[in-house]
Design a binder for this molecule. Sequence first.
Ligand SMILES: [Zn+2]
Length: 298
Amino acid sequence: MVKGATMLRYTGNPFMDAALSALTAAAELTDVVEIDSDDLKSATERLKDVLLSDSALGIGVERSFNRGSLSQIFPNSKLVNPSVKDPKKAKEEYKKLLNGLLSKSMESGDKSCPICGQRFREGEQKVKADKFPLLRGISNFYPELSEGLEICPLCALSIQFFPFSVLRAGERGRLWFIHTQNARLAIAIAKRFGWEHFERLVASRQTLDFHGSWDTSGEGGAVLSLFFHLITEMPEHELSIFESPHPVTAYVFTNDNRIAYIRPIPVPNEILIFIGRLWHESSYALRRFHRELLTIPR
Ligand SMILES: [Zn+2]
């Protein structure tokens, strides 16, 4: 890779793009194209601080996030694989994986990555749905009868950030995330409901899970609640996110080996604009809309 060249761009793959938004949020940047190798390193450290914390590994807390909720996304990662029973060993293995990918992320080669299109050296690990969500077909149906898709180290590292863009629709509900060209919206969600949420739980030594404590009904209710909480908690200068001309697609999914599933929910940009205008005109009216139409009383 040429020094100073743009390392990362959105790809059109919803999982990868959500991962890139979470990576951008971790690096505290506003655009994925600004990420350089130093940002990648600092974001990876931030990722380790959460996923390798005692709270995530299940040490001193009720249950392991990595073996529980996270395994719905990466059912066979180093953090989940039952062959690595000892959490300390799992920690070392995962660190080794991240450091290896990080050191290879700047290399170039002859092969073209099927996800991002960048050149990389042949012979990288092949990935299937256990390492890249929903990358599955009719039994091992990958190009040239290969046992999986060979992706570049930078994509293999970036996809590790995907969980920080994921939410839960209700306490025991399904997992979901959004895909949109409104990148600032996606980054704002990963910042508040991914990173800040997980880091707060780690700091207070609580069991981790995806953010999903809104008392609402169904996945549609979760999408509207997300926008409501975002607009009421975000600083004034970021509110232009709600004037976006771009629609959003929310994806409800699980990558569980037995019951892999994905369902798109199209969200017209008029909904964002409506919420933005209502907030601007009358914060009382928006709060009332939330309370009376979205919230299920306990
Ligand atoms: Zn790639």
